[in-house]
Design a protein around this ligand. Structure first.
Ligand SMILES: *Cc1c(COP(=O)(O)O)cnc(C)c1O
Length: 390
């Protein structure tokens, strides 16, 4: 199917699948570890990439290709590689793009495991890391060095929903050195709300576990970018090291992409309704949601994201006791730290997702004991609001 003739919403449903001789309508799951060749000559050509085609499911598989083509089309990237988890996508980008002696600049406010990967795993292999405030452009600029090879951040941040300026950070990095790779974790927005590659970033990372699956079934990840880095270097890392996505999970994610736009837009509308209900409600100090007019970076949000996303956080008066009692009084909403599920989830960041941060660090960024995070799902928004019993 020619990519040029269709728009992303169509490609999300139609691309990547080449019908087999059976004429199946839905994408099949190719549960096979290896592929058979017509001749020794063809095997040689496939192994050396002279001839396109599958060799071994550690690095290519037709079901995986369906998922990869669709996500590449949605993000506007040349190449996509699916991985076993969001964290292995991050690992693959670092292993394919960095060597000992290189330097990374990263935002402070990133997913917990991403932070550990950068500041303990990578540093033990001789990679240097500097953490900066996402919203402070001067800090980004000052942190760049002659050996900086990668810049990394997520936007909006979890759980405070601060927004990083993708275009400005990419320009600062590329003006310093065009070879610096700007890597954005686009898990919270998905390509439906925000396309970092179009704003100047070089690589997009995903935890497919979240909105791409959308029903909390499988763990997976993906990397999208240019064909030289993602299509060759990252693929080379996958071929050698193999944190691969299984054909079954690839099938779940490929089918997830078909409905991603409907689900994300619906969850955004419900999240906005919830945020508007909470904003100014008695006993609530602050609501953090990029879709509210009261968001401190509202102008940037409107330039960069088409909607506010599905995650809302808010600070209640009465600290931990009040936050715990609101969480414990829910009957419908699930008490779990996952997000991007059709089922709405509620969590207390201070004691769960951010429990490993020091009290000082949490207070410094504004993660208080009264903070609650809700990742809005697809239930009726009024049932979600009523379940909070505020
Ligand atoms: C969940 C998550 C990850 C890690 O993904 P896994 O699939 O759990 O490995 C990375 N970044 C963000 C923003 C996440 O929410």
């Amino acid at each position: 199917m020619s990519r040029k003739t269709y728009r992303p919403a169509t490609l999300a449903i139609r691309s990547g699948h080449e019908r087999s001789q059976f004429g199946e309508h839905s994408e099949p799951i190719f549960a096979t570890s290896s592929f058979v060749f017509d001749s020794a000559e063809q095997a040689k050509a496939r192994f050396s990439y002279e001839e396109p085609g599958n060799v071994y499911s550690r690095f290519t598989n037709p079901t995986l290709s369906v998922f990869q083509d669709r996500l590449a089309a949605l993000e506007g990237g040349e190449s996509c590689i699916g991985t076993a988890s969001g964290m292995s996508a991050m690992l693959a980008v670092c292993m394919a793009g960095l060597s000992a002696g290189d330097h990374i600049v990263s935002s402070h406010s990133i997913f917990g495991a991403s932070k550990v990967l950068l500041n303990s795993l990578l540093t033990s292999f001789g990679v240097e890391v500097t953490f900066v405030e996402l919203t402070n452009l001067e800090e980004w600029s000052e942190a760049l060095k002659s050996n900086t090879r990668m810049v990394f951040f997520e936007t909006p941040t979890n759980p405070l929903m601060e927004v990083g300026d993708i275009s400005a950070i990419s320009t600062i990095a590329h003006d310093h050195n065009p070879d610096i790779r700007v890597v954005v974790d686009n898990c919270f927005c998905t390509p439906i709300l925000q396309q970092p590659l179009k704003l100047g970033a070089d690589v997009v990372l995903h935890s497919a576990t979240k909105f791409i699956d959308g029903q909390g079934r499988c763990v997976g990840g993906a990397i999208v970018g240019d064909s030289e880095f993602v299509g060759e270097k990252v693929l080379g890392f996958m071929r050698t090291a193999g944190p691969s996505m299984s054909p079954f999970n690839a099938w779940v994610f490929a089918k997830g992409l078909e409905t991603l736009s409907l689900r994300v837009n619906h969850a955004c509308a419900s999240a906005l309704q919830l945020a508007e209900f909470l904003d100014g409600h008695k006993g609530i100090r602050q609501v953090n949601y990029p879709g509210l007019d009261s968001h401190p970076q509202r102008e940037l949000v409107q330039q960069q994201q088409s909607k506010g996303g599905a995650v809302v956080s808010f600070e209640v008066e009465g600290g931990r006791d009040r936050a715990f009692s609101i969480i414990n009084d829910t009957e419908l909403i699930s008490i779990t730290a996952n997000l991007g599920d059709s089922k709405t989830t509620i969590t207390h960041p201070y004691t769960t997702t951010h429990a490993r941060w020091s009290d000082h660090d949490k207070q410094a960024v504004g993660i208080g004991e009264g903070l609650i995070r809700i990742a809005v799902g697809l239930e009726d928004p009024l049932d979600i609001i009523e379940d909070l019993k505020l």
